[in-house]
Ligand binder design. Structure first.
Ligand code: UDP
Length: 407
């Protein structure tokens, strides 16, 4: 493999979320998948990747080998374990000391620090000074954009000003879409030439079409149902409020089900809020909450569904859409991330340019009608995303690492 010749030492920082954490819950979602797939691919090519996180499930030791050449290192941050995301900022100095003592103990010289999310970016900016390594940052979400587009979001001034500062001081920023690059220029005046666009990927081996009838039988779903699927964390930015409202416009359809995959335990405030929202809209009977589902099982859900709904106010990319498409299932989405380019109306799904619940419902209805008349070809739907393999993304990221190191 051509990348094995000059291997790099890479420190990835993912302080608020573990790349091997429980996907679909609180802070563990697309970012964890991104780090996991990137680290695994680079490690497979012979680069050494250490991923530092502040979260641990307690089942593994503080340092463990996750994949070939990839270690996950749990930093305690002075709190003897898992620090809540809301207080991570004040623990950053202690995380930094932990990070330094690990590096000194192991005597590693890292070529690249790749930080993920603003809190890890701050840690990375400190390490960059003393390590003489290059700092590459991926925001995953941008605080100013969240505040701008998502009702009820109130990201702190601290986050916004630190993100702006990070954009100026790091060596390179990687974003998954042109839209994110525009946002950085617009909200933080980040120099455009510092930002490289590299789309995310999908695991095409894991996410493959499964026969719909077999998938439904396996999951205990009725064959006569029309199934609208949602997969993801249950955070306000995900737009579940408008999905429920959109769904309430569709109850004239017989046998319609909305299956919600992902989310926290039943006692969590968000779960309770969704339940009472569904009751107020009188759709509770058509709703199924599955809780979080292991990613290995998700292809069954995507294949069993008639359509995946992505009702988000904001996505920096939106991995679940790629996963559903890779399984041959059409997607109805708001125009978040790169969806307006990825989804081809009537061929692989629909983009609701007006994301109001009524219009979103119309798009779902059109997709269901197209599905009923076999208008979507699973083969064509899958073919639309085969260019998005993680290996393609990882090779572009590696190219960016090398360019920064050589500079
Ligand atoms: N996911 C999962 N199980 C669940 C819910 C979600 O494995 O029950 C995974 C899903 O496969 C996807 C990721 O979590 O890879 C969510 O990524 P996305 O970019 O859609 O959303 P984010 O979490 O980044 O907001």
């Amino acid at each position: 493999m051509k990348y094995q010749s000059a291997s790099l030492n890479i420190a990835m920082l993912s302080i608020h979320s573990s790349p091997v954490g429980e996907l679909g819950t609180r802070d563990t979602g697309g970012m964890s998948v991104y780090i996991r797939e990137l680290a695994k691919t680079l490690g497979g090519w012979g680069h050494r990747v250490d991923v530092f996180t502040g979260r641990s499930d307690g089942k593994k030791g503080p340092v463990f080998d996750a994949y070939d050449n990839v270690r996950i290192i749990h930093l305690a941050g002075g709190a003897n374990g898992n620090v809540e995301k809301s207080s991570l900022y004040e623990h950053l100095p202690q995380f930094y000391l932990d990070l330094e003592s690990f590096r000194n103990r192991e005597k590693i010289k890292y070529d690249i620090i790749h930080s993920h999310y603003w809190l890890s970016g701050l840690l990375g900016s400190q390490a960059r000074l003393s390590w003489g390594a290059c700092l590459i940052h991926t925001f995953h979400t941008i605080g100013a954009v969240k505040n701008h587009v998502c009702p009820g979001e109130n990201e702190s001034e601290l986050r916004l000003s630190e993100e702006e500062r990070l954009g100026k001081l790091c060596d390179l920023i990687i974003v998954p879409t042109e839209k994110e690059r525009d946002y950085l220029t617009r909200f933080y005046e980040t120099p455009r030439d510092k930002v490289r666009v590299i789309p995310c990927g999908v695991n095409l081996e894991r996410f493959k079409p499964v026969d719909k009838i077999a998938a439904r039988q396996e999951l205990g779903m009725r064959l006569e149902d029309r199934v609208v699927l949602y997969v993801g964390r249950q955070a306000p930015v995900k737009g579940l409020d408008r999905l429920l409202e959109a769904f309430s416009h569709l109850t004239h359809h017989p046998h319609l089900r909305l299956v919600l995959v992902g989310g926290d335990e039943e006692a969590s405030p968000m779960y309770q809020q969704l339940r009472s929202g569904a009751t107020a809209l009188n759709i509770q009977k058509n709703l199924v909450f599955t809780g979080r589902v292991d990613q290995k099982v998700l292809p069954l859900y995507y294949s069993a569904a008639d359509v995946l709904a992505v009702p988000s106010y904001y996505e920096s990319f939106g991995l679940v859409a790629l996963e559903a498409l890779a399984c041959g299932t059409p997607v109805v989405t708001t125009p978040v991330g790169d969806m307006a380019n990825i989804i081809k109306d009537g061929v692989t799904g629909y983009v609701a340019l007006d994301p109001a619940p009524g219009s979103f419902a119309e798009c779902i209805e059109t997709a269901l009608t197209t599905q009923e008349t076999n208008g979507f070809s699973p083969g064509r739907v899958r073919a639309s995303v085969t260019e998005f393999a993680w290996e393609v993304m990882a090779s572009k990221v590696l190219e960016a690492y090398r360019a920064v190191v050589h500079r």
